[in-house]
Design a protein around this ligand. Structure first.
Ligand code: UD1
Length: 484
């Protein structure tokens, strides 16, 4: 249950949160500072919140089965998270449809609850093979706390983004720096740059970024020195409520940015150019409620497309849209995979032919996404020849390499470049991964490996893939979750 805005408890105990992180229970002490001045009775209430609670689960795969059937693609995690955060910009209700059931979404619900946001969740699974995303009714009518504590922000980096709507609407925000993560240092300097360009005063104190704009933000010109999704989301949300015009140069062009901008426009924002590298925002004094459907997840689409490429077979990725992942689909076609858009989604097939090797460099959209790099590498371990994959977005995003090697892959790393020599067969083994996309690359490898592969630390998968084992087993994979 999500805490109610008006009477949110002062102390929450997060128990069994292992689906998000394996760490022990955390005690939070929030809400010292209540914007709006209302004196609130802080009711001490202990909540035993469980996000999945399946952190020690494992996934067992017996490789060698082809995939055939239909896989429904869920709403995009990377759009759902900023859309939920955008609810902080208005005191009216934002309704989001097609929100995926993921541990990251559940955690963000809790984080928003900490600020006083009310969220109700509707939407049932329709049946074994039918899925329907959740509908969230999100109301930030009463923001009771503009602080986002370390204990929460450190669990999910994207929660740092609350800084933008909070400072834009409330005039101040105090948000913990997210810290490092498994795929590199991931700084927030460009988010701060965006807010400073809009007139926010920024201070760093005891690991927190404090942003203030007592008289509101002012439109300005933001020129990002590198393409950043988080920076662009921050700039868009902040500029929507700033006085005057904002220009964003070298903006990220990811479809999730355009999706969020679309929703903000429904809420009354005046944004043009989202989806291109030059965005113009005319600030408005207030935003209103709206209803918005989250676009399909292009990373989930690409992941299952690579799984089919790996095993062979023929699968319809229902609801998928080719224009969201043209580059990865082009790469798959170069590998010898058949890709056919249909009215219902995208059909992926590989029958008979082997997998041709490719050379790929990750890049911001519309380039090859870093979030599909690990999955492509798993596929290339079975290619007929030598492939090369260069990672340009995140340093240290090769954590899956050693685990793929445990399955018999031949991979050499040289800085940001991996050379993969295709092998005739992978052999099942116990493996584990340290981030979301790396975990799923091991599942893809396991689907084609001889014998049994046990993927440990499944909580990473639950952060970003809804019912992965159900979707794959419905298409013939021998895959099951073992409770930890
Ligand atoms: C988002 C996605 C993530 C994806 C990534 C790149 C979400 C929730 N996450 O992450 O899945 O892998 O885009 O497509 O949408 N950088 C800085 N300073 C900053 C911010 C970023 O140097 O202040 C750097 C990062 O370290 C990285 C690059 O910019 O090297 C791109 O990061 P960014 O696009 O911001 O990624 P995220 O938004 O964190």
């Amino acid at each position: 249950m999500i805490p109610k805005g008006g009477d949110f408890s002062e102390k929450i105990v997060l128990k069994n949160e292992s689906a998000v992180s394996p760490s022990s229970p955390v005690t939070l002490t929030p809400a010292r500072h209540c914007v709006g001045g209302a004196l609130r009775v802080m009711v001490r209430r202990q909540r035993a919140c469980k996000v999945g609670g399946r952190g020690m689960d494992r996934i067992r795969i017996t490789g060698g089965q082809k995939l055939n059937g239909i896989i429904p693609i869920a709403g995009a995690k990377n759009a759902a998270l900023p859309l939920m955060i955008a609810s902080l910009l208005t005191d009216e209700t934002l309704i989001l449809d097609n929100v995926p059931r993921l541990a990251d979404v559940a955690l963000l619900q809790r984080i928003l609850g900490n600020h006083g946001v009310d969220i109700t969740v509707n939407g049932k699974r329709l049946g074994e093979t039918q899925y329907d995303g959740q509908t969230l009714h999100i109301s930030a009518a009463n923001i009771i706390d503009t602080t986002a504590p370390y204990e929460l922000v450190s669990r999910m980096r994207a929660s740092f983004w609350v800084i933008a709507p909070l400072v834009a609407r409330m005039g101040e925000a105090k948000v913990s720096m997210p810290g490092g993560c498994a795929i590199g240092t991931r700084p927030v300097d460009l988010l701060i740059l965006a807010l400073e360009n809009l007139g926010a005063e920024i201070a760093i104190d005891k690991g927190y970024v404090i942003a203030r704009a007592k008289n509101g933000l002012k439109g300005g010109r933001i020129v990002f020195p590198k393409v950043t999704v988080s920076g662009t989301h921050t700039a868009l949300m902040a500029a929507s409520l700033a006085h005057g015009f904002t220009e964003i140069e070298n903006a990220a062009r990811e479809p999730e940015i355009a999706d969020v901008a679309d929703c903000l426009n429904k809420m009354g924002a005046k944004i043009s150019g989202a989806g291109s590298s030059h965005i113009v925002v005319e600030g408005v004094p207030r935003l209103k409620g709206a209803r918005h459907r989250v676009l399909p997840d292009r990373i989930e689409t690409g992941t299952y497309a690579m799984a089919v490429a790996m095993t062979g077979g023929d699968v319809l990725l229902e609801n998928a849209r080719v224009e969201l992942l043209q580059t990865p689909l082009d790469v798959l076609m170069r590998c010898g995979v058949s890709v056919s858009p249909t009215n219902a989604g995208v059909r992926i097939a590989r029958n008979g032919s082997g997998i041709a090797p490719v050379e790929v460099t990750t890049a911001p959209f519309p380039g090859f996404p870093t979030d599909l790099q690990a999955q492509l590498m798993a596929l290339m371990t079975r290619a007929n020849g030598t492939s090369r994959i260069t990672e340009t977005i995140f340093e240290n995003r090769f954590m899956h390499v050693q685990e793929l090697v445990r399955l018999g892959a031949r991979i050499q790393l040289d800085g940001d470049c991996a050379t993969i020599e295709g092998v005739d067969a992978l052999k099942g083994a116990p493996v584990m991964a340290t981030d979301l996309r790396a975990s799923v690359s091991l599942v893809i490898a396991g689907l084609a490996a001889e014998g049994e592969t046990m993927v440990n630390r499944v909580y990473h998968l639950d952060r970003g893939f809804e019912r992965l084992e159900d979707k794959l087993s419905a298409c013939g994979a021998a895959i099951e979750r073992l409770s930890g």
